[in-house]
Design a protein around this ligand. Sequence first.
Ligand code: PRP
Length: 208
Amino acid sequence: MLNIALPKGRLGEKVYRMLAAAGYSCEELIKDTRKLVFTDRQNGVSYFWVKPSDVTVYVEHGVADIGVAGRDIILENSADVYELLDLKVGRCRMCVASVNGFREDPSRPLRVATKFAHVAERFFAERNRDIEVIKLYGSIELAPVLGLSDVIVDIVETGTTLKENNMGVIEEIFPISARLIANKARCKFKREEIESCVARLKKELPDD
Ligand code: PRP
């Protein structure tokens, strides 16, 4: 039995369809929207719907053998897991952005609003730039618009949110896509099942 943590939401549903096509379908999962654990003994799989930022936690603790998490979450959580496969979906970019025309004052710490405090701290530390992190949980773009921060470190997908708020990308930090991750110990104990899952999933990846 393979225990798989999927991120709740559109990305998770897309990845589930890839897994189902790869032979890990679980009929029940698409029928019941509030249930969180689904087991299909016939296909030897158990799925958990997990908050996207928690997937790495379930996998690190081995409650899930494998899971799907964005590269943003893996890096922010410094997750101690194996990254097995780039699933080539959920593509976007981690960026520094601000309101158009923003001019940085190098004489004081840069105020950075973000959900990704560790990513921001690491990025600016590498540049020896002092920052003050302002941790937010959503609608990050509001912060520089209202003067709460100088810049944001956030995900940019289509760029629409920035554009509609008179903002722009200052610098890209790293590209993001969904990754198949695995618990390190489970990779030994369930090597065959996990290797077979990776091989089957590789055939279902979208074209570049
Ligand atoms: C994400 C991200 C940006 C937006 C970017 O927010 O934080 O706000 O999507 O997408 P775009 O470039 O296509 O406009 P999300 O929708 O997850 O909601 P949140 O503001 O609650 O984080």
